[in-house]
Design a protein around this ligand. Structure first.
Ligand SMILES: Cc1ncc(COP(=O)(O)O)c(C=O)c1O
Length: 366
């Protein structure tokens, strides 16, 4: 079976990680800062704060933005449960807006309709790595005094109208979990547009203690007076070493994925029973997934699997989870997406033969 997801480990990684292990410093040190700087420079962003997961990055961003009990944050249901869970972890309510079935991303009109006096922020998710309608979402946010925290777990290296995802909203989060474009084993990044948010996030990722400004006493104890609730969310140096080894491969990873996605789009555009998602050329998708909508989905999945090709649903709408309480099910776009979406492999370890095999199998029908 062709693999559906892969873990990308660069050939340089074992020696770089081994060096860190042998150096004796495993926890957060210089390599974390070096990793943050390297991501900033490669992706053209600023204000990067590395943490131990994408979920921690979301929670930390929400907390640094002041979200707490009594607040509401609007998000799509088309995501992994982490996006909604991070909102609940602050004590706020996760309010689901509908998606545009043509992209799997937040529908701006639905977001507008979900705003109440308690709404504080919008949390768009760039489904599969395809950037949301960010200008329109920002217009809605500004009109209502809200801010955005983008969940860009799928979208490292994506761009929107000439700007990199991560350089557009007050907060953006990335994930470096094992099957993402770039992995640190587990890890994440909170990107803050405001330097004050970035310093607060850097403090609060480690209990609220400012590592750079907490001198040691003569007795050898770190001196601090913590004035805010903090977390143990820091990234470790050995994980940063893995990230630093993998990071230079990002441009190649993105370009291979783009090439495969272009081939799929050309090959499937007129296949009966397939509806490709929308793709505007004012933005670059990071192609973490290649998702589309299909008729008779189970037949499609079984027919491909029988030919050694994994096809799968990745993340059904999360709104049905009991933890979110009774939510109005007025999400017709989400409902249609849930019933019809499917993804096929689009990663950089696919050979040209694999891609041809996948295209032929889909074109044969199901
Ligand atoms: C959309 C989305 N948001 C957040 C996360 C959470 O990231 P992490 O696993 O690094 O905590 C994921 C993980 O797959 C995800 O797909």
């Amino acid at each position: 079976m062709i693999p559906f997801f892969i873990t990308h480990v660069s050939p340089q990684a074992p020696s770089l990680v081994a060096e860190t292990l042998q150096g004796g410093r495993l926890s957060e040190g210089e390599l974390v800062r070096t990793f943050e700087k390297a991501v900033e420079s490669l992706v053209r962003i600023q204000g990067a704060v590395a943490v131990n997961s994408g979920t921690s990055a979301l929670h930390l961003g929400l907390v640094c933005g002041g979200i707490g009990p009594g607040d509401e944050v609007i998000l799509p249901a088309q995501t992994f449960i982490a996006s909604g869970m991070a909102i609940l972890q602050t004590g706020a309510k996760a309010v689901f807006a509908d998606i545009d079935v043509r992209t799997g991303n937040l529908d701006v009109a639905s977001v507008r309709a979900k705003i109440t006096p308690r709404t504080r922020a919008i949390l768009p998710v760039h489904w599969a790595g395809y950037p949301c309608e960010l200008d329109e979402l920002h217009r809605v946010a500004e009109a209502h005094g809200l801010w955005l925290i983008e969940d860009a777990a799928h979208a490292l290296g994506a761009t929107y109208r000439g700007r990199p995802v991560g350089a557009i909203s007050r907060f953006t989060t990335f994930s470096f979990q094992a099957i993402k474009h770039i992995t640190t084993g587990d890890g994440g990044l909170l990107v803050c547009a405001d330097p004050d948010d970035a310093s607060m996030a850097a403090r609060r990722r480690w209990f609220g203690i400012d590592r750079a400004d907490s001198p040691m006493s003569q007795e050898g104890e770190r001196q601090y007076d913590v004035g805010e609730v903090g977390f143990k969310y820091h990234l470790n140096d050995y994980a940063a070493a893995l990230g630093l080894a993998n990071l230079p491969d990002l441009p190649g990873i993105l370009s291979r994925r783009r090439t495969i996605a272009d081939q799929y789009r050309r090959a499937f555009v007129s296949v009966p029973g397939i509806s490709l998602l929308d793709y505007q050329d004012d933005r670059d998708c990071a192609w973490w997934l290649f998702t589309f909508r299909v008729e008779r989905r189970l037949d499609f999945i079984q027919s491909l699997r029988a030919k050694g090709i994994p096809a799968s649903v990745v993340h059904q709408g999360i709104h049905h989870n009991a933890v979110f309480g009774q939510q109005q099910a007025d999400l017709p776009g989400q409902q249609l997406f849930d019933a019809t979406q499917v993804s096929i492999p689009v990663h950089e370890q696919l050979t040209d033969d694999h891609v041809e095999q996948i295209i032929a199998a889909v074109r044969e029908g199901w």
